[in-house]
Each structure stands twice: as C-alpha cells, then as structure tokens.
Design a protein around this ligand. Structure first.
Ligand code: NAD
Length: 271
C-alpha cells in the first residue's frame, strides 16, 4: 500500500487530506500537538479500513520528527507522500505583537516545513521516489497588508518548495506547493492577532470561502497523480496572482484600495 504522512493532520485541511488519501487506500500517519483531535481522527481513518496511526509531534521539535521517522521506517519501511501542513496564523500591523510572536510563527510555519523535508528526504532519496507537498498560502504570493509575519513565512515556504522542485527531481522526488486563499477550518483557535476585532474579521474571511477543505484535499490528491507543482485552489486568487505577475502596478493599486477600505471600516467602527 502507498503511504502518507500529514503534519497538523488532526484538524482542518490536514484532516481532510488524510481522509482523502485513506479513501484511495493509502496507509496514513497523522501527527499533531492536539492529541484529543489526533486520536479522534485516527479512529475516523481506521474505520476506512487502512493502516492509520496518530503520533504527537510538535513540528518545532527535531526529536519528535526523528521518532516519527523511526515509527514509519519500522511500520512501512518507506514513505510515499509527505504533507507539511501544520501551521498557525498571525495578523496585525508591523509595529504590533512581539518578537516572540515572530519566532513562534517562523518556527512552526517555516522551520516546521524545513524539518519535515530534512527528516524525510534521505528516506525518499534512498527509495528513489516520493512526493513532498508543502502547504503555503496565497498570503505568501500576495503579501497583503496587516499580515507581515504570516506572509513572510508562507513566501519562504513557496521559495523552499521552488528550490526543492528542481533540486530533488533527479532523485525521483516530486514537490508541490499549496497556496489556498481563506477557507473554513479551526485556524482561528491558535491565531495571534493584534486585536479581537481583527480575529473576528479573519473569522468572517474563513467563513466566506466558496470552497471547502475537502475540495482542496481533492485537488491535492489529483496533483500527486499528475505531479503538479502549483496548487492554487481558489479561482479568484489565481486571477489575482496572474494580475500581480503580468500587471504589477495594477495589482498594487488594487491592494491599496482594499487596504484603504479596511482602514475606513476601522475608523467607522472606532467612531
Ligand atoms: N484556513 C485557511 O484559510 C488557510 C488558508 C491558507 C493556508 N492555510 C494553511 O493550511 C494549513 C492547515 O491549517 P488549517 O486551516 O487546516 O488550520 P487548523 O488549525 O484547523 O489545522 C492546523 C493543525 O496544525 C496543528 N499544529 C499547530 N501547531 C503545530 C505544531 N507546532 N506541531 C504540530 N502541529 C501543529 C494544529 O493543532 C491543527 O491541528 C496551515 O499551514 C495554514 O497556514 C490555511
């Protein structure tokens, strides 16, 4: 049976990815720091008749990752698909928050992905096959205001993925990067934002999505089949990305307009 490891697999997109691949017969390992949801998800996956197990693994810990690699080596002897999905959200103007918030989001969103890649690349190289899927965000391509630290981590994940795409292809390893816009998950629970009002605004954006975590998981599943690098599931976001590349000045004009609308709304709310 092919096998998959999903970090942050106990909730949201990670859980949907695990379910989608289990439906296709993959053996699944999910890792997370939320043991309660992890064990619930493990039971849901086992009910699909595949070999599925949960391990607590903080993506900030090299020791935790080493334990996961050992468990996978012993159980399956190899790993076909690695999904570096675990992530948290931050929001606020550049002068808000603390340097600790920056360290926190970088350690999870960027270095968590780096640790996943570094832990499992040697195994995939010796297999001569594998697929690494890194979950970034449209935030990493759009660089919208009020999200500097989140944007910076996700842009770095895009860059890391572009690097690996070429660096590892000769070893039979494919790479994909997933850049969704907002969609409904539990992301708000762990988010650190400058104010409660900003948290509420992000909550509204998550709820406004026209596609679900299941839709995105389905697109990721198809991308493994076709070895597609870019996975941009939201149609509007794909258009915005094209505008940014081909008409950069127009793109910045649109960002300024959106930002001034946010500032006007804030002024009205505070009046
Ligand atoms: N929801 C969105 O709108 C959206 C948009 C673009 C990108 N993303 C990205 O999708 C990915 C999944 O997020 P989600 O929206 O499903 O949120 P979620 O909160 O539902 O799931 C994230 C999971 O990651 C786990 N996690 C957090 N820190 C961890 C750590 N240190 N070690 C291990 N696990 C940890 C959480 O416990 C949780 O189970 C994230 O990388 C996020 O940045 C989400």
């Amino acid at each position: 049976m092919p096998s998959i490891l999903v970090t942050g697999g106990a909730s949201g997109l990670g859980r949907s990815i695990a379910a989608r691949f289990a439906d296709a017969g993959y053996d699944v390992c999910i890792v997370d720091i939320n043991a309660k949801r992890g064990i619930e998800t493990e039971a849901m996956l086992q009910a699909k008749g595949v070999d599925a197990f949960y391990m607590t693994c903080d993506v900030c810990s090299d020791t935790d990752f080493a334990a996961v690699r050992e468990a996978i080596e012993q159980r399956w002897g190899q790993l076909d698909v690695l999904v570096n999905n675990a992530g948290v959200a931050t929001g606020g103007r550049i002068e808000s928050g603390t340097m600790d918030d920056w360290q926190w989001v970088i350690d999870i969103n960027l270095l968590g992905v780096v640790r996943g890649c570094r832990t499992f690349t040697p195994m995939m190289v010796s297999q001569g096959s594998g697929h690494i899927i890194n979950v970034a965000s449209m935030a990493g391509l759009m660089s919208a205001p009020l999200m500097a630290s989140y944007n910076a981590t996700k842009a770095a994940v895009v860059s890391l993925s572009e690097t690996l795409r070429v660096e590892l292809e000769g070893d039979g390893i494919a790479t994909s990067v997933v850049c969704p816009s907002f969609f409904q998950t539990n992301l708000l629970e762990s988010s650190r934002t400058e104010s409660e009002a900003m948290k509420q605004s992000i909550g509204k954006l998550l709820a406004s999505s026209d596609i679900t975590a299941e839709d995105i998981a389905d697109e990721i599943f198809r991308a493994v089949d076709t070895r597609t690098f870019w996975i941009l599931p939201h149609k509007k976001a794909r258009t915005a990305w094209r505008i940014k590349r081909y008409l950069p000045d127009l793109f910045v004009k649109q960002l300024r307009k959106q930002y001034s609308r946010i500032l006007t709304r804030k002024t009205v709310e505070n009046a």
